[in-house]
Design a protein around this ligand. Structure first.
Ligand SMILES: *[C@@H]1O[C@H](CO)[C@@H](O)[C@H](O)[C@H]1NC(C)=O
Ligand SMILES: *[C@@H]1O[C@H](CO)[C@@H](O)[C@H](O)[C@H]1NC(C)=O
Ligand SMILES: *[C@@H]1O[C@H](CO)[C@@H](O)[C@H](O)[C@H]1NC(C)=O
Ligand SMILES: *[C@@H]1O[C@H](CO)[C@@H](O)[C@H](O)[C@H]1NC(C)=O
Ligand SMILES: *[C@@H]1O[C@H](CO)[C@@H](O)[C@H](O)[C@H]1NC(C)=O
Ligand SMILES: *[C@@H]1O[C@H](CO)[C@@H](O)[C@H](O)[C@H]1NC(C)=O
Ligand SMILES: *[C@@H]1O[C@H](CO)[C@@H](O)[C@H](O)[C@H]1NC(C)=O
Length: 508
C-alpha cells in the first residue's frame, strides 16, 4: 500500500486536474488489465457529461469491463467512473440485498466528491428472486456465482479498476476507500478479512455479516406467528413496540422517543395485553397471543432444546420488516416473509424454489440452521474476527449500526465486534464500532443518523484524526439536533442542557 505524505497527495490532486481531459476517455487508450484467474472479454470507455445524468454536476469517463473466470461459466460487469476532476482517491462502492453492485445514486455521490468510483454486478442481475441465477439446474446451487457475490468479484473489481484508474490519470492512487451499507457493509468487512491490502479505509455500515446465521433467523418472526396460528395486524405489533419505548425511553436520561440503553430495558410485553389500539376503522386491544409472539421475536431464534441460535431484536425496533403481515378487509391477516430470507431457505438450503418455509417442524428448522452455518459460513459468513492482516497493512475501519434496525439484528454486529476485541484488545486503534440509537436499517427511524462518516474515516486515515464520536444528526419538530455517537462499548447519556446540542450528551 502506498503511503505518500499529505503534501504529495495534494500535489497529485493538483496535477491530475491538469492531466485528466475528456479526450483520453477512449477505449483504445486504456490498457487491458491483468487479473489472476480472470479473462477480460471487453472494455468500453465513453465520456459522460453532467447534463445527461442528473442534477449533480459530474463529468466522468464511464469505463465498463466485462470478464469471466474461465471454467466457471460466469460473466461479470465492472463499472468504473473516472471524474474529470479527480481527488486522487479510489472508492469501491457496495451493493444491497442480493445486489452486488452499487446504487446509481451512490456512484453519483462518490464521483461528485472527486473519487474514482467502481462497482461490480458480481455476475448476476439485481433482483430479489435468486432462482434465475442461483440454481444451476434443479437441486444444484451455483456456488461460483455465490462466491462471486460474496467475495471474489469485489476484489477483482478493485484490482481491475485500480489499474485502469492509474493508467487513465497517469498517476498512482493516493488512498483507497470502501463504502457500503447492509450487503455493502458486509462486502467491506469481507475486504478487511480476506483482501486486507486492498483498502486503506473501510466504511462498513449496518453490515450483513454472520450471513449464514442471521439470514436463516430472519424467518424466525414468521415462524413464530405461524406456530402461534395468529398473524397480528401491524397496528397491534406497533402498539406493543410503542409501549416498550414509553417504558424504557428515559433510561438514558432523556425522553425523546428512543430507547438509548437497550441493555437496561426489560419491558415485558404481557404488560401491554389489553392496551387499546386502532387500525384504520378497526378498534381493538392487544392480545395475549401478540404479546407472546413479540416476546419470542425479541428473544430470537432457539432450537428444540431452547438453546441460542441467533439474536432477536432490541425492544423498540419496528417489527414490520421481518414480522410483516397483510390483512384482508374481513380482518384476517397472513404473513409476508422478508424475500431474501425466504429465498435462502428455498434455494440455498432446500434447493427447491417451491419449498414452503412455514412448513418446517422444529427439527427441520434446527437442521436448516445447522446446514446453513456448516455449508455457507466459509463462503459468505464474513464473521472472521481476526483482523491482524488488515491491521498490519495499516487499514482503518468504521462500522455503525442502527439499534432499531428492522432487518439486520443489531446484536449480531455487537457479537462480531466483541469477538474482534477478544482476538485483539487493542483493535479500536484501527476498527471502531458505533451504535446509533433509534436508527433503522442504514437510515430512517427517529434517531440521529451519521452525517458524513466517510469524511471522518478519511480524516482518520489521512490525518490521524481519531473519530472519538461519530457525528450524527436528526430532525426534531423541524429543528436539527446534533449528536456524537459513542464508540462501543460506551453509550450516550443525556447530562442536561439543550437536547439539540451534542455537548448535552456524554459517552459513558
Ligand atoms: C456506461 O457504459 C455502459 C456500457 O456502455 C452503459 O451500459 C451505461 O449505461 C453507461 N453509464 C452511464 C452512466 O452512462
Ligand atoms: C453487462 O454489460 C453489458 C454491456 O454493457 C450489458 O449488455 C449487460 O446488460 C450488462 N449486464 C448486466 C447484468 O448489467
Ligand atoms: C422466482 O422466479 C421463478 C422463475 O424465474 C418463478 O418460477 C418463481 O415463482 C419466482 N418466485 C417468487 C417467490 O417470486
Ligand atoms: C445487545 O447489545 C447490547 C449492547 O449494545 C447489550 O446491552 C444487550 O444485552 C445485547 N442483547 C443481547 C440479547 O445480547
Ligand atoms: C409488508 O407487506 C405489504 C404487503 O405485501 C407490503 O406492501 C409492505 O411494503 C410490507 N412492509 C414492509 C415494511 O416491508
Ligand atoms: C377473509 O378473507 C380472506 C381473503 O379474501 C379469505 O381467504 C379468508 O377465508 C377470509 N376469512 C374469513 C374468516 O372469512
Ligand atoms: C442531517 O442534517 C442534514 C443537513 O442539514 C439533513 O439533510 C439531514 O436530513 C439530517 N438528517 C436527519 C436524519 O435528520
Amino acid at each position: 500500500m502506498l503511503r505518500p505524505s499529505l503534501q504529495s497527495i495534494l500535489d497529485v490532486a493538483l496535477l491530475t486536474r491538469v492531466a485528466a481531459t475528456a479526450s483520453s476517455c477512449r477505449t483504445d487508450s486504456l490498457p487491458t488489465p491483468t487479473l489472476l484467474g480472470g479473462s477480460i472479454l471487453s472494455i468500453e470507455a465513453a465520456q459522460v457529461n453532467s447534463a445527461t445524468i442528473s442534477s449533480s454536476s459530474i463529468d466522468f469517463c464511464n469505463v465498463s469491463v466485462i470478464y469471466t473466470h474461465p471454467g466457471q461459466n460466469d460473466r461479470i460487469n465492472v463499472s468504473l467512473w473516472l471524474p474529470n476532476t479527480w481527488n486522487g482517491r479510489f472508492q469501491g462502492v457496495g451493493g444491497g440485498g442480493w445486489t452486488t453492485n452499487a446504487d446509481f445514486g451512490d456512484m453519483v455521490s462518490a464521483v461528485s466528491q472527486g473519487y474514482a468510483a467502481a462497482t461490480t454486478n458480481g455476475g448476476h442481475t439485481a433482483i430479489t428472486n435468486t432462482s434465475s441465477w442461483a440454481m444451476l439446474s434443479p437441486g444444484n446451487v451455483n456456488l461460483y456465482l455465490l462466491q462471486d457475490f460474496a467475495s471474489v468479484s469485489l476484489n477483482d473489481m478493485t484490482i481491475i479498476s485500480k489499474q485502469l484508474t492509474e493508467a487513465y490519470y497517469g498517476k498512482p492512487i493516493s488512498r483507497s476507500y470502501w463504502n457500503g451499507c447492509s450487503t455493502g457493509g458486509r462486502q467491506g468487512l469481507m475486504m478487511a478479512q480476506r483482501y486486507p491490502d486492498a483498502y486503506d479505509g473501510i466504511l462498513a455500515e449496518a453490515p450483513a455479516i454472520n450471513w449464514a446465521e442471521f439470514i436463516v433467523a430472519e424467518f424466525w418472526p414468521q415462524r413464530v406467528m405461524h406456530e402461534m396460528e395468529y398473524f397480528p395486524n401491524q397496528c397491534e405489533l406497533s402498539a406493543i413496540t410503542s409501549a416498550a419505548v414509553e417504558a424504557c425511553d428515559e433510561l438514558d436520561g432523556l425522553e425523546d422517543g428512543i430507547i438509548g440503553m437497550i441493555g437496561l430495558c426489560d419491558f415485558d410485553p404481557r404488560s401491554a395485553v389489553g392496551k387499546a389500539y386502532t387500525c384504520g376503522d378497526l378498534a381493538s386491544h392487544v392480545t395475549e397471543e401478540a404479546a407472546t409472539i413479540v416476546q419470542t421475536i425479541w428473544t430470537g431464534a432457539r432450537d428444540a432444546y431452547g438453546r441460542f441460535q441467533w439474536y432477536g431484536f432490541p425492544r423498540g425496533t419496528p417489527l414490520n420488516g421481518l414480522a410483516n403481515t397483510t390483512c384482508s378487509s374481513n380482518g384476517t391477516c397472513i404473513g409476508v416473509p422478508f424475500a431474501i430470507s425466504k429465498d435462502w431457505h428455498q434455494i440455498f438450503l432446500k434447493r427447491d424454489p417451491n419449498f414452503d418455509p412455514y412448513s418446517m417442524t422444529q427439527a427441520e428448522w434446527d437442521a436448516a440452521f445447522h446446514a446453513s452455518v456448516n455449508q455457507y459460513t466459509s463462503i459468505i459468513g464474513t464473521s472472521d474476527p481476526d483482523l491482524t492482516q488488515f491491521k498490519n497493512a495499516g487499514g482503518k475501519m468504521i462500522t455503525w449500526h442502527g439499534m432499531a434496525d428492522q432487518l439486520i439484528f443489531y446484536n449480531g454486529t455487537v457479537d462480531y465486534y466483541e469477538r474482534v476485541l477478544e482476538a485483539d484488545p487493542g483493535a479500536k486503534e484501527y476498527y471502531r464500532f458505533y451504535a446509533a440509537p433509534g436508527v433503522g436499517h442504514c437510515r430512517g427511524g427517529v434517531g440521529a443518523v451519521p452525517t458524513d462518516p466517510l469524511a471522518q474515516l478519511v480524516k482518520w486515515v489521512e490525518e490521524g484524526e481519531v473519530p472519538t464520536t461519530l457525528t450524527a444528526n436528526r430532525t426534531v419538530e423541524g429543528r436539527r439536533w446534533e449528536q456524537g455517537l459513542c464508540a462501543y462499548p460506551l453509550s450516550s447519556k443525556y447530562i442536561g442542557g439543550d437536547p439539540a446540542s451534542a455537548s448535552s450528551f456524554r459517552c459513558e
